[in-house]
Design a protein around this ligand. Structure first.
Ligand SMILES: [Zn+2]
Length: 169
């Protein structure tokens, strides 16, 4: 039998959650764009510049020199990231119950975010969190562990996603 709760309970609950939210930075895997200015050779899965000018490129260069556009690397790497609000729990005593026993090392934190952020959380390579220390900010880096756990009461219009993150730096 479903328990019926007045909807006001959830708006208070959702407000309280916002108070504990922190801004977390999700960093996505590096995207590599092939250099348009030199010829790339691909051996197996790795590709590199042959240091030979590709006709039509904007920066002609003599043979034997590294390509001036990519520095001889053969690609341009771009990093993208997003900042999202999440509740962060360092202390496992405060962790939200995800319904199954979680056996994790001590350097693991739990986050709770709005469900709409789940695709970003799933895509990110790592997450960065700034913690205020006595006189400065320190940045911690975390890697997502395991699955995302949906959390929310049936009657609450706002759904949440619970994640576990292992500290990596
Ligand atoms: Zn190049």
């Amino acid at each position: 039998m479903a328990i019926s709760l007045p909807s006001g309970v959830f708006s208070k609950y959702n407000e309280a959650i916002v108070l504990f939210e922190r801004t977390c930075k999700l960093v996505y895997p590096e995207k590599r764009t092939e250099c348009p200015n030199c010829i790339i050779s691909t051996i197996g899965r790795s590709s590199r510049s042959t240091s030979i000018y590709r006709s039509g490129g904007d920066y002609p260069f003599p043979r034997g020199m590294p390509c001036p556009l990519c520095g001889g690397v053969g690609y341009k790497a771009t990093l993208s990231s997003d900042e999202i609000p999440m509740r962060v729990y360092w202390n496992r005593k405060n962790w939200v119950d995800v319904g199954i026993p979680i056996d994790v090392p001590d350097n693991v934190i739990q986050t709770v975010a709005d469900m709409t952020h789940m695709p970003k959380i799933t895509r990110c390579q790592y997450m960065e969190l700034q913690e205020h220390k006595i006189a400065s900010y320190e940045t911690f880096r975390f890697q997502r562990m395991g699955s995302s756990y949906p959390q929310g009461f049936k009657q609450n219009p706002v759904k949440y996603v619970v994640n576990f993150w292992e500290r990596r730096g």
